[in-house]
Design a protein around this ligand. Structure first.
Ligand code: NDP
Length: 336
């Protein structure tokens, strides 16, 4: 059983050298009635939070164990089951190990896949955790209204590309930022954003936002934090909403950057709210009812960046922090 093992805790940003791909053995049998299942992993999801889990933060349930495989979300096939609700051949998505086969004792974190007319890898993205993040973060937290001005940072990634498309479907004016010319083109031409800019090429983020939003921002979908958040605060409108989804620019700093313009939250009566995707997992069926038809009718598209083979997983994960991924970063482990 090939596995991606955490060699030692990451110091600062995760590095490929913090991980090693090793082979160990696993029994592909489970006792009937044990409630455990053995799954064969097909696709693994690379998520920014995994970088934090590789650090010695000492948070039970979050921090990875050294000398053990990484864990994350993935799509898999059941190969043996001691659980009455899962049978051999079932397709599932949920919390899995970064390895070819995983023994899952807690099947509560597995969702059965019933719809296979869409690519299976979508259950790591648009139909999995990042999809629920975009859906809940936009519709539930940001309380959007037609015609509002929406700004999304890290907009071409797993979550951002969907938030932008949801906002367009709602009739909002949508601008995204990303870290390359190629990504900016994708935002405008593939996802239908009204405008986009490359934040790495802007000397003055405040000026870039004023150029795109002369009348200010109603909703900011926050993926980045730091200097970006500071500039956004200067450009929010009265009663604006900020969905605090993530702050990737801060994850690998030994000390997080100060944000200077917080008084705007008071002056402009801004609401800023954070959340975890997992808070909304109980609403997965409701989410599918909304998003599956949008995919089938071609009303939303989804861009994936698929790395082939478990050996490529460490580089794919580290690449999230340099912007190497163009779209949702997936690792394909096995075809079936
Ligand atoms: P992405 O697919 O967007 O990949 C990460 C992207 O972040 C990179 O491609 C890069 O794009 C950008 N990035 C990396 N470093 C920086 C930096 N220093 N400054 C600005 N941008 C940077 O990831 P996801 O869509 O999966 O995640 C987006 C955000 O949502 C993250 O903050 C993540 O932690 C958060 N999240 C939160 C969840 C929750 O439950 N609250 C669940 C899932 C994700 P670029 O080239 O544009 O720089």
């Amino acid at each position: 059983n090939k596995q991606v093992i955490l060699k030692h805790f990451a110091n600062g940003g995760p590095k490929e050298s913090d991980m090693v791909v090793k082979t160990s053995s696993i029994s592909l049998k489970v006792e009937p009635g044990s409630n455990a299942v053995v799954i064969k992993n097909l696709y693994l999801s690379c998520d920014p939070m995994m970088g934090n889990r590789m650090k010695n933060l000492g948070i039970p349930g979050l921090t990875y164990t050294v000398e053990s495989p990484l864990e994350g979300f993935g799509v898999a096939k059941v190969v043996a089951s001691g659980h009455p609700e899962f049978k051999k051949g079932d397709l599932v998505w949920g919390a899995v190990g970064w390895e070819e086969y995983s023994l899952i004792k807690n099947t509560q974190s597995l969702f059965k896949i019933h719809h296979t007319d869409v690519p299976l890898s979508y259950y790591t993205g648009i139909l999995g955790m990042p999809g629920i993040t975009a859906w809940a973060g936009f519709y539930e937290l940001a309380a959007p209204k037609k015609g509002e001005n929406v700004y999304i940072s890290a907009a071409s990634g797993a979550v951002g590309q969907l938030v932008g498309q949801f906002a367009k479907l709602m009739g909002c004016y949508v601008v995204g930022s990303a870290g390359s010319k190629e990504k900016v083109e994708i935002l405008k031409n593939k996802f239908g954003f009204d405008d986009a800019f490359n934040y790495k090429e802007e000397q003055d983020l405040d000026a870039a936002l004023k150029r795109c939003f002369p009348e200010g921002i109603d909703i900011y979908f926050e993926n980045v934090g730091g200097k970006m958040l500071d500039a956004v605060l200067l450009n929010m409108r009265l009663h604006g909403r900020i969905t605090a989804c993530g702050m990737i620019s801060q994850y690998n700093l030994s000390q997080t950057e100060g944000v200077h313009n917080m008084m705007n939250i008071v002056f402009k009566r801004i609401q800023m709210k954070g959340f975890f995707a997992t808070d909304y997992f109980p609403e997965y069926a409701k989410f599918l009812d909304v998003v599956l038809p949008l995919i089938r009718e071609g009303k939303v598209v989804y861009l994936e960046d698929i790395a082939e083979g478990l050996e490529t997983a460490p580089a794919a994960l580290v690449g999230l922090f340099t912007g190497r991924n163009v779209g949702k970063q997936v690792v394909a482990v096995s075809k079936e």
